[in-house]
Design a protein around this ligand. Structure first.
Ligand code: BGC
Length: 457
Protein backbone atom coordinates (compact mmCIF):
# COMPACT_ATOMS: atom_id res chain seq x y z
CA UNK A 1 0.00 0.00 0.00
CA UNK A 2 1.16 3.51 -0.79
CA UNK A 3 2.17 5.61 2.18
CA UNK A 4 -0.37 8.19 3.33
CA UNK A 5 -3.00 6.27 1.46
CA UNK A 6 -6.56 6.18 2.66
CA UNK A 7 -8.33 2.89 2.82
CA UNK A 8 -11.56 1.94 4.46
CA UNK A 9 -9.58 0.46 7.31
CA UNK A 10 -6.47 2.50 7.82
CA UNK A 11 -5.17 6.06 7.68
CA UNK A 12 -1.52 5.53 6.79
CA UNK A 13 0.93 8.31 7.48
CA UNK A 14 4.04 9.15 5.43
CA UNK A 15 7.34 7.39 6.10
CA UNK A 16 9.37 9.18 8.76
CA UNK A 17 6.33 10.95 10.13
CA UNK A 18 7.32 12.03 13.65
CA UNK A 19 5.02 10.77 16.40
CA UNK A 20 6.11 12.94 19.28
CA UNK A 21 4.96 14.44 22.52
CA UNK A 22 5.42 17.97 23.83
CA UNK A 23 6.33 19.67 27.09
CA UNK A 24 7.69 23.00 28.31
CA UNK A 25 10.47 23.48 30.88
CA UNK A 26 8.58 25.44 33.53
CA UNK A 27 5.59 23.12 33.37
CA UNK A 28 7.46 19.88 34.04
CA UNK A 29 11.00 20.45 35.30
CA UNK A 30 10.30 21.89 38.74
CA UNK A 31 12.44 24.33 40.70
CA UNK A 32 12.43 27.22 38.21
CA UNK A 33 12.84 29.55 41.15
CA UNK A 34 14.53 32.51 39.49
CA UNK A 35 11.66 33.08 37.08
CA UNK A 36 8.88 35.66 36.93
CA UNK A 37 6.20 32.95 36.96
CA UNK A 38 7.61 31.43 40.14
CA UNK A 39 7.36 34.79 41.89
CA UNK A 40 3.88 35.38 40.53
CA UNK A 41 2.65 31.95 41.65
CA UNK A 42 3.79 32.75 45.18
CA UNK A 43 1.47 35.74 45.26
CA UNK A 44 -1.39 33.22 45.48
CA UNK A 45 -2.68 33.87 41.99
CA UNK A 46 -3.01 30.28 40.78
CA UNK A 47 -6.61 29.14 40.60
CA UNK A 48 -6.26 25.85 42.44
CA UNK A 49 -3.95 27.39 45.04
CA UNK A 50 -0.86 25.46 43.92
CA UNK A 51 2.56 26.66 42.76
CA UNK A 52 4.75 25.00 40.16
CA UNK A 53 7.16 23.84 42.89
CA UNK A 54 8.82 20.59 41.91
CA UNK A 55 6.27 20.21 39.06
CA UNK A 56 6.81 16.69 37.63
CA UNK A 57 10.48 16.72 38.63
CA UNK A 58 11.43 16.05 35.03
CA UNK A 59 14.69 17.83 35.86
CA UNK A 60 15.72 14.81 37.92
CA UNK A 61 13.58 12.09 36.38
CA UNK A 62 14.20 12.74 32.71
CA UNK A 63 15.96 9.42 32.21
CA UNK A 64 13.00 7.48 33.56
CA UNK A 65 10.64 9.56 31.40
CA UNK A 66 12.68 9.04 28.25
CA UNK A 67 12.77 5.29 28.89
CA UNK A 68 8.99 5.31 29.22
CA UNK A 69 8.60 7.22 25.94
CA UNK A 70 10.90 4.73 24.24
CA UNK A 71 8.93 1.82 25.67
CA UNK A 72 5.79 3.35 24.25
CA UNK A 73 7.52 3.65 20.85
CA UNK A 74 7.11 7.43 20.67
CA UNK A 75 9.49 8.90 18.13
CA UNK A 76 9.97 12.54 19.05
CA UNK A 77 10.04 14.88 22.00
CA UNK A 78 9.55 18.61 22.31
CA UNK A 79 11.10 20.25 25.36
CA UNK A 80 12.13 23.72 26.41
CA UNK A 81 15.14 25.46 27.84
CA UNK A 82 14.46 27.88 30.70
CA UNK A 83 16.21 31.22 30.41
CA UNK A 84 15.78 31.81 34.17
CA UNK A 85 17.77 28.66 34.87
CA UNK A 86 20.50 29.34 32.37
CA UNK A 87 20.94 33.00 33.39
CA UNK A 88 19.45 33.31 36.89
CA UNK A 89 21.08 36.69 37.39
CA UNK A 90 22.06 39.21 34.79
CA UNK A 91 25.33 38.16 33.12
CA UNK A 92 25.70 35.05 35.28
CA UNK A 93 25.36 32.07 32.97
CA UNK A 94 25.14 28.85 34.90
CA UNK A 95 27.39 26.21 33.36
CA UNK A 96 26.10 23.40 35.59
CA UNK A 97 22.61 24.04 34.30
CA UNK A 98 23.79 23.88 30.71
CA UNK A 99 25.63 20.63 31.42
CA UNK A 100 22.43 19.24 32.88
CA UNK A 101 20.47 20.20 29.77
CA UNK A 102 23.23 18.61 27.71
CA UNK A 103 22.75 15.33 29.59
CA UNK A 104 19.00 15.52 28.98
CA UNK A 105 19.54 16.05 25.26
CA UNK A 106 22.17 13.31 25.10
CA UNK A 107 19.74 10.93 26.70
CA UNK A 108 17.07 11.83 24.13
CA UNK A 109 19.58 11.28 21.36
CA UNK A 110 20.63 7.95 22.84
CA UNK A 111 17.03 6.79 22.64
CA UNK A 112 16.85 7.92 19.02
CA UNK A 113 14.14 10.57 19.45
CA UNK A 114 13.74 13.49 17.08
CA UNK A 115 14.30 16.55 19.21
CA UNK A 116 12.28 19.72 18.97
CA UNK A 117 13.79 22.41 21.20
CA UNK A 118 12.00 25.55 22.38
CA UNK A 119 14.13 28.51 23.42
CA UNK A 120 11.36 30.59 24.98
CA UNK A 121 8.03 29.40 26.34
CA UNK A 122 6.58 32.51 28.07
CA UNK A 123 8.73 32.47 31.22
CA UNK A 124 11.35 35.14 31.93
CA UNK A 125 14.13 35.39 34.47
CA UNK A 126 12.89 37.55 37.32
CA UNK A 127 15.67 40.10 36.74
CA UNK A 128 14.36 40.63 33.21
CA UNK A 129 10.80 41.04 34.48
CA UNK A 130 11.96 43.51 37.10
CA UNK A 131 13.59 45.60 34.39
CA UNK A 132 10.31 45.96 32.51
CA UNK A 133 10.30 42.63 30.62
CA UNK A 134 9.75 43.02 26.87
CA UNK A 135 8.85 46.69 27.23
CA UNK A 136 12.44 47.40 28.12
CA UNK A 137 14.25 48.13 24.85
CA UNK A 138 17.30 46.17 26.09
CA UNK A 139 15.42 42.91 26.59
CA UNK A 140 15.74 41.74 23.00
CA UNK A 141 19.53 42.14 23.26
CA UNK A 142 19.54 40.26 26.56
CA UNK A 143 17.49 37.50 25.01
CA UNK A 144 19.92 37.29 22.10
CA UNK A 145 22.86 36.80 24.46
CA UNK A 146 20.99 33.97 26.16
CA UNK A 147 20.01 32.47 22.80
CA UNK A 148 23.58 32.69 21.51
CA UNK A 149 24.89 30.97 24.60
CA UNK A 150 22.40 28.11 24.31
CA UNK A 151 22.83 27.73 20.54
CA UNK A 152 26.58 27.60 21.01
CA UNK A 153 26.41 25.02 23.81
CA UNK A 154 23.52 22.84 22.69
CA UNK A 155 23.04 23.64 19.03
CA UNK A 156 24.08 20.24 17.71
CA UNK A 157 21.04 18.50 19.20
CA UNK A 158 17.80 19.93 17.81
CA UNK A 159 16.21 18.47 14.72
CA UNK A 160 13.68 21.30 14.95
CA UNK A 161 14.05 24.64 16.67
CA UNK A 162 11.20 26.65 18.14
CA UNK A 163 12.47 30.16 18.79
CA UNK A 164 9.31 31.05 20.72
CA UNK A 165 6.21 29.27 21.86
CA UNK A 166 2.94 31.08 21.12
CA UNK A 167 4.36 34.58 21.48
CA UNK A 168 0.94 36.16 21.08
CA UNK A 169 -0.44 34.33 24.13
CA UNK A 170 1.64 36.17 26.75
CA UNK A 171 1.31 39.35 24.67
CA UNK A 172 -2.47 39.03 25.01
CA UNK A 173 -2.84 37.34 28.39
CA UNK A 174 -0.10 39.31 30.14
CA UNK A 175 -0.47 42.70 28.47
CA UNK A 176 -3.99 43.07 27.10
CA UNK A 177 -6.18 41.00 29.43
CA UNK A 178 -4.10 41.14 32.62
CA UNK A 179 -4.38 37.41 33.33
CA UNK A 180 -0.71 36.37 33.18
CA UNK A 181 2.30 38.18 34.58
CA UNK A 182 2.90 41.13 34.40
CA UNK A 183 -0.89 41.65 34.43
CA UNK A 184 -1.08 44.72 32.23
CA UNK A 185 -4.24 45.79 30.49
CA UNK A 186 -2.91 48.00 27.77
CA UNK A 187 -3.21 47.90 24.00
CA UNK A 188 0.02 49.86 23.80
CA UNK A 189 1.88 47.28 25.87
CA UNK A 190 0.44 44.45 23.76
CA UNK A 191 1.75 46.13 20.61
CA UNK A 192 5.18 46.92 22.01
CA UNK A 193 5.66 43.43 23.42
CA UNK A 194 4.56 41.86 20.13
CA UNK A 195 7.11 43.92 18.23
CA UNK A 196 9.83 42.89 20.66
CA UNK A 197 8.93 39.21 20.16
CA UNK A 198 9.01 39.63 16.39
CA UNK A 199 12.45 41.22 16.56
CA UNK A 200 13.76 38.54 18.90
CA UNK A 201 12.38 35.78 16.70
CA UNK A 202 13.91 37.19 13.49
CA UNK A 203 17.32 37.62 15.07
CA UNK A 204 17.24 34.17 16.65
CA UNK A 205 16.21 32.59 13.37
CA UNK A 206 19.25 34.03 11.59
CA UNK A 207 21.58 33.36 14.48
CA UNK A 208 20.73 29.66 14.47
CA UNK A 209 21.32 29.47 10.73
CA UNK A 210 24.62 31.26 11.12
CA UNK A 211 25.90 29.20 14.03
CA UNK A 212 24.38 25.85 13.05
CA UNK A 213 23.51 25.85 9.37
CA UNK A 214 22.97 22.10 9.42
CA UNK A 215 20.59 19.91 11.38
CA UNK A 216 21.86 16.58 12.78
CA UNK A 217 20.68 14.76 9.63
CA UNK A 218 22.88 16.97 7.45
CA UNK A 219 20.01 18.97 5.96
CA UNK A 220 19.72 22.72 6.55
CA UNK A 221 18.57 23.60 10.06
CA UNK A 222 14.85 23.91 10.55
CA UNK A 223 13.72 26.87 12.60
CA UNK A 224 10.21 28.10 13.31
CA UNK A 225 7.72 29.21 15.92
CA UNK A 226 5.03 27.15 17.65
CA UNK A 227 2.08 29.42 16.96
CA UNK A 228 -1.28 29.24 18.73
CA UNK A 229 -4.11 29.01 16.24
CA UNK A 230 -7.46 28.92 17.99
CA UNK A 231 -10.26 28.70 15.43
CA UNK A 232 -12.01 32.00 16.14
CA UNK A 233 -15.62 32.55 15.07
CA UNK A 234 -18.34 35.05 15.92
CA UNK A 235 -21.39 33.69 17.73
CA UNK A 236 -23.61 35.48 15.23
CA UNK A 237 -26.24 36.84 17.59
CA UNK A 238 -29.05 38.78 15.94
CA UNK A 239 -28.86 42.56 15.60
CA UNK A 240 -26.04 44.88 16.69
CA UNK A 241 -24.63 42.26 19.07
CA UNK A 242 -23.90 40.05 16.03
CA UNK A 243 -22.21 42.94 14.27
CA UNK A 244 -20.02 43.56 17.30
CA UNK A 245 -19.17 39.83 17.48
CA UNK A 246 -18.12 39.72 13.84
CA UNK A 247 -16.05 42.85 14.24
CA UNK A 248 -14.40 41.49 17.39
CA UNK A 249 -13.69 38.12 15.78
CA UNK A 250 -11.90 39.78 12.88
CA UNK A 251 -9.83 41.88 15.29
CA UNK A 252 -9.20 38.92 17.60
CA UNK A 253 -7.81 36.86 14.72
CA UNK A 254 -5.43 39.65 13.84
CA UNK A 255 -4.39 40.11 17.45
CA UNK A 256 -3.95 36.37 18.01
CA UNK A 257 -2.11 35.27 14.85
CA UNK A 258 -2.91 37.04 11.59
CA UNK A 259 -0.87 40.12 12.49
CA UNK A 260 2.16 38.02 13.34
CA UNK A 261 1.77 35.80 10.28
CA UNK A 262 1.39 38.78 7.98
CA UNK A 263 4.62 40.32 9.26
CA UNK A 264 6.57 37.09 8.80
CA UNK A 265 5.14 36.29 5.37
CA UNK A 266 5.41 39.79 3.85
CA UNK A 267 8.24 41.29 5.86
CA UNK A 268 6.09 44.37 6.53
CA UNK A 269 4.82 45.07 10.04
CA UNK A 270 1.07 44.56 10.32
CA UNK A 271 -0.84 47.64 11.50
CA UNK A 272 -2.12 45.74 14.54
CA UNK A 273 1.45 45.82 15.90
CA UNK A 274 2.66 48.95 14.10
CA UNK A 275 6.22 50.18 14.44
CA UNK A 276 9.12 50.41 12.03
CA UNK A 277 10.28 47.67 9.67
CA UNK A 278 11.96 44.69 11.32
CA UNK A 279 15.25 43.62 9.81
CA UNK A 280 15.31 40.21 8.09
CA UNK A 281 11.89 39.15 9.34
CA UNK A 282 10.51 38.13 5.95
CA UNK A 283 10.23 34.36 5.56
CA UNK A 284 12.02 33.70 8.83
CA UNK A 285 10.41 30.25 8.99
CA UNK A 286 11.71 26.95 7.63
CA UNK A 287 8.57 25.20 8.78
CA UNK A 288 5.34 26.32 10.41
CA UNK A 289 4.62 25.05 13.91
CA UNK A 290 0.92 24.76 14.68
CA UNK A 291 -0.49 24.53 18.19
CA UNK A 292 -4.16 23.74 17.87
CA UNK A 293 -6.67 22.92 20.59
CA UNK A 294 -10.09 24.42 20.07
CA UNK A 295 -12.64 26.65 18.46
CA UNK A 296 -13.48 29.89 20.25
CA UNK A 297 -16.90 31.44 19.66
CA UNK A 298 -17.15 35.11 20.60
CA UNK A 299 -20.45 36.17 22.11
CA UNK A 300 -21.45 39.70 23.10
CA UNK A 301 -22.00 40.06 26.84
CA UNK A 302 -22.54 43.49 28.32
CA UNK A 303 -21.38 42.30 31.76
CA UNK A 304 -17.88 41.41 30.55
CA UNK A 305 -16.35 44.85 30.49
CA UNK A 306 -12.93 43.45 31.48
CA UNK A 307 -13.03 41.23 28.37
CA UNK A 308 -14.05 44.03 26.02
CA UNK A 309 -17.72 42.88 26.37
CA UNK A 310 -17.00 39.46 24.91
CA UNK A 311 -17.66 36.04 26.41
CA UNK A 312 -15.37 33.47 24.79
CA UNK A 313 -16.44 30.51 26.89
CA UNK A 314 -19.77 29.56 25.33
CA UNK A 315 -20.31 26.47 23.19
CA UNK A 316 -23.36 25.86 21.03
CA UNK A 317 -25.66 23.04 22.22
CA UNK A 318 -24.37 19.62 21.18
CA UNK A 319 -20.71 20.67 21.09
CA UNK A 320 -18.56 18.73 23.57
CA UNK A 321 -16.23 20.68 25.78
CA UNK A 322 -13.11 19.62 27.67
CA UNK A 323 -12.11 19.94 31.31
CA UNK A 324 -10.87 23.44 30.39
CA UNK A 325 -14.32 24.24 29.01
CA UNK A 326 -12.82 24.34 25.50
CA UNK A 327 -14.89 23.28 22.51
CA UNK A 328 -13.82 20.10 20.74
CA UNK A 329 -13.66 20.98 17.06
CA UNK A 330 -11.32 18.68 15.08
CA UNK A 331 -12.12 20.25 11.74
CA UNK A 332 -10.53 23.46 12.98
CA UNK A 333 -7.18 21.70 12.82
CA UNK A 334 -7.64 20.86 9.15
CA UNK A 335 -8.84 24.38 8.37
CA UNK A 336 -5.88 25.86 10.22
CA UNK A 337 -3.39 23.63 8.41
CA UNK A 338 -4.88 24.68 5.08
CA UNK A 339 -4.74 28.37 5.77
CA UNK A 340 -1.20 28.22 7.17
CA UNK A 341 -0.07 26.22 4.13
CA UNK A 342 -1.76 28.67 1.77
CA UNK A 343 -0.06 31.63 3.42
CA UNK A 344 3.45 30.27 3.91
CA UNK A 345 3.82 27.28 1.59
CA UNK A 346 6.24 25.70 4.10
CA UNK A 347 6.18 22.23 5.65
CA UNK A 348 4.06 21.99 8.76
CA UNK A 349 4.77 20.48 12.14
CA UNK A 350 1.93 20.05 14.60
CA UNK A 351 3.84 21.23 17.65
CA UNK A 352 0.89 20.86 20.06
CA UNK A 353 -2.58 19.34 20.12
CA UNK A 354 -4.26 17.83 23.14
CA UNK A 355 -6.96 17.92 25.76
CA UNK A 356 -7.38 18.40 29.50
CA UNK A 357 -9.20 15.25 30.55
CA UNK A 358 -8.62 13.88 34.00
CA UNK A 359 -10.61 10.71 33.42
CA UNK A 360 -9.29 10.00 29.91
CA UNK A 361 -12.84 9.48 28.70
CA UNK A 362 -12.67 12.07 25.92
CA UNK A 363 -9.00 11.90 24.98
CA UNK A 364 -8.97 8.76 22.77
CA UNK A 365 -11.67 10.18 20.54
CA UNK A 366 -10.03 13.59 20.56
CA UNK A 367 -6.75 12.08 19.38
CA UNK A 368 -8.09 9.96 16.55
CA UNK A 369 -10.47 12.61 15.27
CA UNK A 370 -7.75 15.25 15.18
CA UNK A 371 -5.37 12.83 13.48
CA UNK A 372 -8.04 12.12 10.89
CA UNK A 373 -8.03 15.85 10.10
CA UNK A 374 -4.23 15.86 9.84
CA UNK A 375 -4.47 12.93 7.47
CA UNK A 376 -7.10 14.72 5.40
CA UNK A 377 -4.64 17.58 4.88
CA UNK A 378 -1.84 15.13 3.98
CA UNK A 379 -4.10 13.47 1.41
CA UNK A 380 -4.53 16.86 -0.21
CA UNK A 381 -0.78 17.05 -0.64
CA UNK A 382 0.13 19.34 2.27
CA UNK A 383 3.53 18.33 3.67
CA UNK A 384 3.12 17.60 7.36
CA UNK A 385 6.26 16.44 9.09
CA UNK A 386 4.92 15.20 12.38
CA UNK A 387 2.53 15.51 15.28
CA UNK A 388 3.58 16.28 18.85
CA UNK A 389 0.83 15.52 21.33
CA UNK A 390 0.41 17.93 24.23
CA UNK A 391 1.36 16.62 26.59
CA UNK A 392 3.59 13.70 27.37
CA UNK A 393 2.79 14.05 31.05
CA UNK A 394 0.40 15.94 33.36
CA UNK A 395 1.95 19.26 34.23
CA UNK A 396 1.64 22.72 35.70
CA UNK A 397 -1.07 24.32 33.58
CA UNK A 398 -0.14 27.96 34.24
CA UNK A 399 -2.95 29.94 35.89
CA UNK A 400 -4.98 26.76 36.33
CA UNK A 401 -2.30 25.02 38.38
CA UNK A 402 -2.23 21.23 38.46
CA UNK A 403 -5.97 20.74 38.27
CA UNK A 404 -6.13 20.52 34.49
CA UNK A 405 -4.55 17.36 33.19
CA UNK A 406 -3.26 17.19 29.65
CA UNK A 407 -0.92 14.21 30.00
CA UNK A 408 -0.83 10.90 28.21
CA UNK A 409 0.91 9.92 31.41
CA UNK A 410 -0.96 10.69 34.63
CA UNK A 411 0.87 12.05 37.65
CA UNK A 412 -0.69 13.31 40.87
CA UNK A 413 1.35 16.37 41.75
CA UNK A 414 0.84 15.71 45.49
CA UNK A 415 1.97 12.09 45.28
CA UNK A 416 5.30 12.02 47.14
CA UNK A 417 6.65 9.57 44.54
CA UNK A 418 5.21 11.39 41.52
CA UNK A 419 4.44 7.98 40.08
CA UNK A 420 4.10 7.92 36.31
CA UNK A 421 0.91 6.09 35.28
CA UNK A 422 0.24 5.81 31.55
CA UNK A 423 -3.39 6.51 30.70
CA UNK A 424 -5.18 4.37 28.15
CA UNK A 425 -4.53 7.10 25.62
CA UNK A 426 -0.79 6.58 26.07
CA UNK A 427 -1.22 3.06 24.68
CA UNK A 428 -3.52 4.26 21.95
CA UNK A 429 -0.87 6.73 20.85
CA UNK A 430 1.77 4.04 21.12
CA UNK A 431 -0.26 1.79 18.86
CA UNK A 432 -0.60 4.58 16.28
CA UNK A 433 3.13 5.38 16.43
CA UNK A 434 4.09 1.73 15.97
CA UNK A 435 1.80 1.20 13.01
CA UNK A 436 2.44 4.67 11.57
CA UNK A 437 -1.28 4.58 10.98
CA UNK A 438 -4.65 5.02 12.59
CA UNK A 439 -6.34 1.71 11.89
CA UNK A 440 -9.96 0.77 12.18
CA UNK A 441 -9.00 -1.90 14.66
CA UNK A 442 -7.27 0.67 16.85
CA UNK A 443 -10.19 3.06 16.74
CA UNK A 444 -12.62 0.25 17.49
CA UNK A 445 -10.55 -0.73 20.50
CA UNK A 446 -9.92 2.71 21.98
CA UNK A 447 -12.60 5.04 20.67
CA UNK A 448 -15.42 3.06 19.05
CA UNK A 449 -17.64 6.13 19.12
CA UNK A 450 -15.27 7.77 16.59
CA UNK A 451 -15.19 5.04 13.93
CA UNK A 452 -17.71 6.75 11.69
CA UNK A 453 -16.08 10.18 11.80
CA UNK A 454 -12.56 8.84 11.34
CA UNK A 455 -13.34 6.52 8.44
CA UNK A 456 -16.20 8.47 6.91
CA UNK A 457 -18.52 5.44 7.13
C1 BGC B 1 0.77 26.12 25.64
C2 BGC B 1 1.02 25.14 26.74
C3 BGC B 1 -0.25 24.87 27.52
C4 BGC B 1 -1.27 24.30 26.56
C5 BGC B 1 -2.60 23.95 27.20
C6 BGC B 1 -0.52 25.91 24.92
O1 BGC B 1 -1.13 27.12 24.67
O2 BGC B 1 1.86 26.19 24.78
O3 BGC B 1 2.04 25.62 27.57
O4 BGC B 1 -0.06 24.03 28.60
O5 BGC B 1 -1.52 25.24 25.56
O6 BGC B 1 -3.23 25.07 27.70
Amino acid sequence: MKCNAFSKDSLNFPDNFIWGTSTAGHQVEGGNEFSDWWAWEHEGLIEDGTVSGRAMDYWNRHEEDHALMAKLAYKGFRLGIEWARVEPQKDRFDCDVVEHYRRILQSLRKHGFKICLTLHHWVLPRWVAEQGDWLNPDTVDHFMRYAKFVINELGTFPDYWVTMNEPMVPAIMGNLLGKFPPQRRSIRAYRAVSRAYLRAHARTYHLIHKMHPLAPDGNPSRVGVAMAYPWIEPWNSPGPAGWYERFTASIARRVAFEGWDHTISTGKPHWIHGGPAIADIKNSYDYCGINYYTRVSLKYDQRRREQYWIDDTKAAPGIDVTQMGWQIYPEGLYRTIRSVWKLFGKPILITENGIADDTDRQRPRYIVEHLAQVHRAIREGIPILGYFHWSFIDNFEWREGFAKRFGLIAVQHDDPDLTRAPRRSAYLYSDIAQKNAVTRETVETYAPEAVATVFGD
